[in-house]
Design a protein around this ligand. Structure first.
Ligand code: SAM
Length: 254
């Protein structure tokens, strides 16, 4: 019996099971999030050894008895401290057909641990992937797009139809593959930068000046210097200009 509270939409379509695993290319250790009944775990175990899988639902553990190549850890991934055997993981990768309710929270957690996470492949709700992958000047472009694209090079695949899952979800899905950008190409991952980007997008329909509530008197001059209109909205500002805007307005180093 699938448990809705844990977002249990099991992936039953073999094409998409294989596709997600084929896209995954971990350079070092990795974990699966939510192995469920093992649809992806079994394919992973044919290719890799010594990985772990985080599963929150104890009733699914029996699907993983007597496995040699991986170990299931019964826990909520969102509470994991990014350590294994008390050692912080390094260049770590993640894969999963994620529970839809927690998909965005899980991706945000990886950004907060960007120094430890190098690669991930996730099945997510299509709307979430569309927001992450959006370009400036489109309705979907928001703080989530800036924060993820500032850290990772991303690609999306799909759509994956509801019929690929049991039970079928009400929404479509997409696959998201991400590889961490080289350090010199990455944007800041400081809480101050994240808060700044989030506050700029908080009232998406307002001009940036109004969204930031006149907090920065030099905003108009800076926008002009960056080649932007003084009455532009956050969603019109290209990804690469956000760090310059932050430094120019807050006078902080990144
Ligand atoms: N990987 C399986 C598949 O593709 O058929 C199951 C995917 S199902 C969409 C999501 C899985 O994540 C379920 O097994 C669910 O119990 C587990 N899960 C949900 N929330 C979790 C959390 N916070 N931490 C770890 N596992 C979680």
């Amino acid at each position: 019996m699938a448990r809705q509270k844990y977002g249990q939409n099991f992936l039953v379509d073999h094409h998409w099971q294989k596709k997600i695993v084929d896209l995954f290319d971990p350079p070092n250790g990795f974990a699966e999030i939510g192995p469920g009944k093992g649809a992806l775990t079994r394919l992973l175990a044919e290719r890799f050894k010594n990985f772990v899988a985080f599963e929150i639902d104890r009733s699914l553990l029996s699907h993983h008895d007597h496995q040699k190549n991986y170990k299931v850890l019964l826990m909520d991934f969102l509470k994991w401290d990014f350590c294994l055997n008390t050692k912080p993981v390094e260049n770590f990768s993640l894969i999963g057909n994620l529970p839809y309710e927690s998909g965005s929270a899980i991706v945000l957690r990886l950004i907060e641990h960007i120094d430890q996470v190098v690669h991930f492949v996730f099945m997510l709700q299509k709307e979430v992937v569309d927001r992450i992958c959006a370009s400036h000047g489109t309705r979907d472009f928001g703080s989530f797009s800036v924060l993820v694209q500032g850290q990772f090079d991303i690609e999306s695949f799909g759509p994956v139809p509801p019929g690929a899952f049991r039970p079928a979800p009400k929404v479509q899905s997409r696959l998201l593959r991400a590889r961490r950008k080289l350090k010199e190409k990455r944007q800041s991952s400081s809480p101050e930068y994240f808060d700044f980007v989030r506050s700029a997008f908080q009232h998406k329909r307002k001009t940036l000046k109004n969204a930031l509530k006149g907090r920065y008197p030099e905003l108009e001059v800076l926008l002009k210097k960056l080649g932007l209109k003084s009455n532009c909205r956050a969603e019109e500002i290209p990804l690469d200009l956000w760090p310059q805007l932050f430094i120019g307005l807050t006078r902080r180093e990144l």
